[in-house]
Design a protein around this ligand. Structure first.
Ligand code: S5P
Length: 264
C-alpha cells in the first residue's frame, strides 16, 4: 500500500501539487510533526511559529481565536513559513454550502486562501462544499483535507460517514489530497491520501472536554497515519516549547522509520 512507502517515494508519484510539496519537505526536514498553535494573541502565535519552525512540516492555526489578528500577522506567518520551510494549515473546518464557504475562504477579515497553503472541511453538507472551496483555492495552488474521523469522544464521524467522505475525496483528487483522520484511508495502490492525525500526546490520554490522545507510535505505525498534530503537548508549557517540539519530532520520525522498516 502507498501508505507504507517512504515519503520521498510518495512525493515523486503524487498527483496533487500540495501533497508533493508536503512530502518533499517532510523528507528534507525529516519531520512528520505538525504543531497546533492554539493561542489567542499575535505575539504568542508568532513566538511559537518561530520556535517550532525548524522542527515542523506544518504549522496549524485557528486564526479566529487570535484576539489582535491583523493582516501583518498573516504576512509574518507567511515569512516564517518561508524562513523555516513549513506549510501553513488554517484549521477552519468549513461546514456550509459551497456558495457560503467560498466567501468564508477567500474574503472576510481573514482571507484564509491568500496565506494558508492547506485548509479543511467537514463533509456533512455534501460535495458542494468541495466545489465552492476549489473555486477559490485551486487557482492559488492550495490543497484541502476532509474531516473523515475526529479524535474526540463520541464523534459521529464513523461508519458510512467516513466511507462517504473518502468517496468524496476520491472524486475530487485535483484539490483534495487527504484527510484529518485517525487511520489510513487508502484502499488500493492506485490512490494515496495524506492522513494528518490530531489527538496525539505522550504524557496524557485526554482532557476534560472529550479530547482523546494516542502516542505517535500508535498513530503512525499501528494506524498508518502520516502527520502527527500536536497542540498542548508542545505549547502547553511555555518554557519548554522547543524541547517538546524536538521530542515529538523525534517520536514521530522514529515511528515513521519503524513503519518503513516493518514494510520493507
Ligand atoms: O478530530 C480532530 C480534528 C482536529 S483538526 N481533533 C482535533 O483535536 N483537532 C485539532 O487538533 C484541534 O482543533 C486542535 O487544534 C488540535 C489538537 O490540540 P491538542 O492541544 O489537543 O493537541
Amino acid at each position: 500500500m502507498n501508505t507504507y512507502k517512504t515519503y520521498a517515494e510518495r512525493a515523486a508519484r503524487h498527483p496533487n501539487a500540495c501533497a508533493r510539496s508536503l512530502f518533499e519537505l517532510m523528507e528534507r526536514k525529516k519531520t512528520n510533526l505538525s504543531v497546533a498553535a492554539d493561542v489567542t494573541t499575535k505575539k504568542e502565535l508568532l513566538a511559537i511559529a518561530d520556535a517550532v519552525g525548524p522542527y515542523v512540516c506544518v504549522l496549524k492555526t485557528h486564526i479566529d481565536i487570535v484576539e489582535d489578528f491583523d493582516q501583518d500577522l498573516a504576512d509574518q506567518l507567511v515569512e516564517l513559513a518561508k524562513k523555516h520551510d513549513f506549510l501553513l494549515f488554517e484549521d477552519r473546518k468549513f461546514a456550509d454550502i459551497g456558495n457560503t464557504v467560498k466567501h468564508q475562504y477567500g474574503k472576510g477579515v481573514y482571507k484564509i486562501a491568500s496565506w494558508s497553503h492547506i485548509t479543511n472541511a467537514h463533509t456533512v453538507p455534501g460535495e458542494g462544499i468541495i466545489s465552492g472551496l476549489r473555486e477559490v483555492g485551486l487557482p492559488l495552488g492550495r490543497g484541502l483535507l476532509l474531516l473523515a474521523e475526529m479524535s474526540s469522544k463520541g464523534a459521529l464521524t464513523q461508519g458510512s460517514y467516513t466511507t462517504e467522505s473518502v468517496a468524496m475525496a476520491r472524486r475530487n483528487q485535483d484539490f483534495v489530497f487527504g484527510f484529518i483522520a485517525q487511520h489510513k484511508m487508502n484502499e488500493s495502490d492506485d490512490e494515496d491520501f495524506v492522513v494528518m492525525a490530531p489527538g496525539v500526546g505522550l504524557d496524557v490520554t485526554g482532557d476534560s472536554l472529550g479530547q482523546q490522545y494516542r502516542t505517535p507510535y500508535q498513530v503512525i505505525v499501528e494506524s498508518g497515519c502520516d502527520v502527527i498534530i500536536v497542540g498542548r503537548g508542545v505549547y502547553g508549557k511555555p518554557d519548554q516549547v522547543e524541547a517538546q517540539a524536538t521530542r515529538y519530532r523525534e517520536a514521530g520520525w522514529n515511528a515513521y522509520l519503524e513503519r518503513v522498516r516493518q514494510h520493507q
